[in-house]
Design a protein around this ligand. Structure first.
Ligand code: F6R
Length: 259
């Protein structure tokens, strides 16, 4: 696990976007795993800038998103499909038919999840997975108490995630946040060949500490990433504050990135 500590989230987002751009340049048929939420927005803007500057093209890229709320149509303005269209897909040259988000309205949720897993496998697996992290240490919607080997399934949100998500989305209305979601499993995520996780702000301090230096435990599902051999954590100073070896990680990752 490499921890890149930047002064600001803007700086961290730029570096993370450079890593994604480099991957797509190296393999124009890259299979991306994508995340929603407040955290990746700046990185997505940087990715869009690179497309505009003709540094890279997503024409042949395929993507699979991490999760979607159960009960929301892709046209709902708080759905993750809608979020992706607005915050990334419309801004880059990806073909919308190559983008995949779980269907929160599927009649048979289990079937939907199993089909999603099959699609990812058929595409050759995820080359680079983008992740955020919940303040409770979740990745995708894998809340504390989820098996570190879990696969894509229907999951239940904790009250703290519902609160976090209401604060940032749903106009603050907790009652409007769905309590269930379809989510890639921890095991599914860990199969990605490369992982780029972003974490910004004080609210993520404990989650980052658990992810990087905590024991590997289902109580902080991000800690499963410790067993991944190409995982990059891009964070700002605030999110990295509680890391015991913060300075060492920062030096090591900066050296590896040639910064
Ligand atoms: C979103 C997702 C979640 C978020 C996490 C952090 O697709 O899978 O795990 O990454 O909840 O959300 P933000 O970025 O809004 O703090």
């Amino acid at each position: 696990m490499e921890v890149v500590v930047c002064k600001t989230k803007e700086e961290a987002s730029k570096l993370a976007a450079e890593m994604v751009t480099a991957q797509v340049k190296k393999n124009p048929k890259t299979v991306l795993g994508l995340a929603t939420g407040a955290t990746p927005v700046l990185m997505y803007n940087e990715m869009a800038k690179a497309v505009k500057a003709k540094k890279v093209s997503y024409k042949q890229v395929k993507s699979w998103n991490l999760d979607e709320y159960v009960g929301l149509a892709g046209t709902h303005d708080q759905s993750y499909r809608y979020f992706m269209n607005e915050n990334l897909f419309k801004k880059i040259d990806i073909q919308i038919k190559n983008t995949h988000v779980l269907n929160g309205l599927a009649k048979d949720l289990e079937k939907e999840c199993a089909a999603y897993e099959r699609q990812i496998k058929a595409a050759g697996g995820i080359d680079l997975q983008v992740l955020g992290i919940g303040s409770d240490g979740h990745i995708a919607f894998n809340e504390p108490g989820t098996s570190l080997k879990s696969r894509t399934s229907c999951v239940y949100l904790t009250p703290s995630t519902i609160k976090d998500n209401a604060r940032l989305f749903f106009k603050g209305k907790e009652k409007e946040v769905p309590t269930r979601a379809l989510s890639m499993g921890v095991g599914t995520i860990c199969e990605a060949k490369k992982i780029v996780l972003l974490a910004f702000g004080e609210n993520k301090q404990n989650a980052v500490k658990g992810c990087v230096e905590g024991p590997m435990t289902q109580f902080c599902t991000a800690s499963a990433l410790q067993a991944h051999n190409d995982c990059w954590i891009f964070c700002d100073e605030a999110a990295a504050k509680k890391l015991t070896l913060k300075k060492y990680y920062a030096w090591r990752s900066a050296t590896k990135l040639g910064l």
